[in-house]
Design a protein around this ligand. Sequence first.
Ligand code: UT7
Length: 331
Amino acid sequence: MPIQSRITGLGFHVPPRTVTNHDLEKVMDTNDAWIVERTGIRERHFVDPGTGSSDLGVEAARKALADAGRTSADVDFVIFATTTPDWMFPGNGVIVQQQLGLGTVGALDVRNACSGFVYALSVADAFVRMGRYRCVLVIGAEVQSTGLDLTTRGRDMAVLFGDGAGAAVVEPCEAPRGILSWALHSEGALAKELWCEAPSSREAGRVTHEMLDAGRQFPQMNGRQVFKNATTRFPEVIHEVLAASGHTLDQVKLIVPHQANRRIGDAVAERLGVAPERVFQNIERYGNTTAASIPIALTEARAQGLVNDGDLIVLAAFGAGFAWAGCVIRW
Ligand code: UT7
């Protein structure tokens, strides 16, 4: 039997502080009705000062390990996907290695934004299938709130994002179970349609007063361009990974997409011609948590009884880069 890899444990963690749309109304010119209608988001979680994305990631990782019935001693590799690391360098992977007491295992950092978790999962799958590692911890975690312009100037971005973390344990298994196919794509020509310029290695001192005054340390987005590309790329990559694994859409139990916007999720269901309830959405309570959104959603979907042994599950992501990715899993 060929060796494949599968997710043996899942966990997520969000900071305790809930920020509702009404809370945002107090600091910027926005309103609950606009946010709900355009995005489906009602609330998100924000960290309190001093908490970094590694802290959230460590908590999610502990839960995923417990869920897999594993301990720190079992982990032989770590992959940490985040766009919001604690520091410029080193990456969050080594912080997890130290916090969880993982000996001197390798720690890899992935920066593919909203697609980061699927990119990281594909690396874990490749490493496990080649027989190099047997228990890979894959984490997606973000603290977006400290990098948002929480004023009217930044409202188009600020209302969308939240903080959180999700994690998966990836271990060998025998076919036909496990990760069956994945696809990774990017289109850098559209990089500046969703980006954050500063701090930048192109600038002496990385960030200048002029940059700060202009708000170039905050993420910028062409929302319509993102929406248009997302609603095309999601269905495209879902068809691609299903063709690669030899399945059809009607065999899929649940699609778990990156949670960017409820309208994007609904449009993807419509374009694919699947019932909306087959596309899992929990953005209402978390906002867009970037690399964390898929593992958070997958953990919740399983807890709700929507992901069971033998089910065919599709993960799909689209975001900054642009980068997008998909993955088919036989649970
Ligand atoms: O992972 C990828 C992350 N990004 C996304 O997924 C975002 C994809 N894009 C979208 O979801 C939508 O483009 C948005 C929800 C971001 C925006 O929706 P839209 O229908 O494209 O709105 P818009 O940017 O064209 O703005 C419409 C109006 C504007 O006012 P005027 O010019 O019509 O008077 C904006 O100034 O809404 C205004 N607006 C807001 N109003 C209240 C923009 N942001 C806000 C806000 N609250 N937060």
